[in-house]
Write a protein that binds this ligand. Structure first.
Ligand SMILES: NC(=O)c1ccc[n+]([C@@H]2O[C@H](COP(=O)([O-])OP(=O)(O)OC[C@H]3O[C@@H](n4cnc5c(N)ncnc54)[C@H](OP(=O)(O)O)[C@@H]3O)[C@@H](O)[C@H]2O)c1
Length: 239
C-alpha cells in the first residue's frame, strides 16, 4: 500500500500499524531525508518498507513515484491520500486566492493527481481501496453545528478543501465501483476530539494511534466492505 505524507504524524503511525500487520508499505514523503529517517525507523521495527519520494503538488514527482512503485509491483491494493496542509487560518474577509491555492494544491489537487496516476495499479489489484484523509472541518453538518468549536473558526482554505475532498470521494466511488473510496476524519466528531500532531501543534486530545483507527479500518476493508462513506473512529460522520 502507498501512504502519502507518511514521514510523520498520522501517515507515519498508519504506516507503522499496517506495516506491522504485514503489508508492504510504500512510504510517501516529499522530502527524501525526512522520508529516509522514517523508513529506517519502520524497517528497524521489521516493516517491509520502500521509500517513495512524492510531493503531491507536483505532476512530475507523482509520475516518478508511479515508476518507483512499479519497480516493485504491478498492482496496488491500497492508496491512502493522507498528505495535507492546514493553511494559515486567515479570516474569510482577508483570504485571497494566493493564500488558498497552496492548500487546495495539496488537499484537493494532490489526491486527484495521486489517485489518477495510480489508477492503473489500483485497477490491477483484487480488492483495491482508497482512503481519503479528510477532516470534520470538511463536513457541512459539523461546521454548521454551533456546539462544534470548528463553527467558530473563521477560515476558508482548509475546511473548503476538505469539503471538496469529501465530494471527490463520493464522485470517485460512484464512477469506479470496483475500487472502494472512503473518506475518514481522524478525530472523534461527537466528542469534539482530534489527534495530537504537528499540524495542530499537538493540541489534540487523541493519540496518533487512536487517530489512525479509522484509516487502518478503511484501508483493510474486505471485498464486501463499504464505498463512498465518511466516518471517524466512532462511526458515520455527517457530510
Ligand atoms: N491530526 C488530526 O486530528 C487531524 C484532523 C483532521 C484531519 N487531519 C488530516 O490528517 C492528515 C495528516 O495530518 P497530521 O495531523 O498527521 O499532520 P502532520 O503531522 O503535519 O503531517 C502532515 C503530512 O503531510 C505531508 N505533506 C504536506 N504537504 C505535502 C506535499 N505537498 N506532498 C507530500 N506530503 C505533504 C507532511 O510532510 P512534511 O513533513 O514534509 O511537511 C506530513 O508528512 C492531513 O490530511 C490532515 O488534514 C488530521
Amino acid at each position: 500500500m502507498l501512504i502519502t505524507g507518511g514521514n510523520k504524524g498520522l501517515g507515519f503511525e498508519a504506516a507503522r500499524r499496517l506495516g506491522e500487520q504485514g503489508w508492504t508499505i510504500f512510504l510517501g514523503s516529499r522530502d527524501e531525508g525526512r522520508g529516509k529517517a522514517a523508513a529506517d525507523e519502520l524497517a528497524a521495527k521489521g516493516v517491509n518498507v520502500v521509500l517513495v519520494v512524492l510531493d503531491v503538488t507536483s505532476d512530475e514527482s507523482v509520475a516518478d513515484a508511479v515508476l518507483r512503485v512499479r519497480e516493485h509491483t504491478d498492482r496496488l491494493d491500497v492508496l491512502i491520500n493522507n498528505a495535507g496542509a492546514p493553511g494559515h487560518a486567515i479570516t474569510p474577509a482577508d483570504a485571497t486566492v494566493a493564500e488558498i491555492h497552496p492548500v487546495y494544491d495539496t488537499n484537493v489537487y494532490g489526491p486527484i493527481r495521486v489517485t489518477h496516476a495510480f489508477l492503473p495499479l489500483l485497477k490491477a489489484a483484487e480488492n483495491p481501496r482508497v482512503v481519503m484523509v479528510s477532516s470534520a472541518g470538511g463536513s457541512f453538518g459539523v461546521v454548521t453545528d454551533p456546539e462544534q468549536p470548528v463553527s467558530k473558526m473563521h477560515e476558508l482554505a482548509y475546511s473548503s478543501s476538505k469539503a471538496a475532498l469529501n465530494m471527490l470521494t463520493v464522485r470517485y466511488a460512484q464512477a469506479l465501483p470496483d475500487i472502494k473510496f472512503n473518506a475518514i476524519t481522524p478525530g472523534e466528531v461527537a466528542n469534539r476530539k482530534f489527534a495530537a500532531t504537528d499540524m495542530n501543534h499537538h493540541t489534540g486530545q487523541l493519540t496518533v494511534t487512536e487517530g489512525t483507527d479509522c484509516i487502518v479500518r478503511l484501508a483493510t476493508i474486505p471485498a464486501d466492505g463499504p464505498t463512498g462513506t465518511f466516518t471517524d473512529r466512532l462511526g458515520p460522520v455527517a457530510w
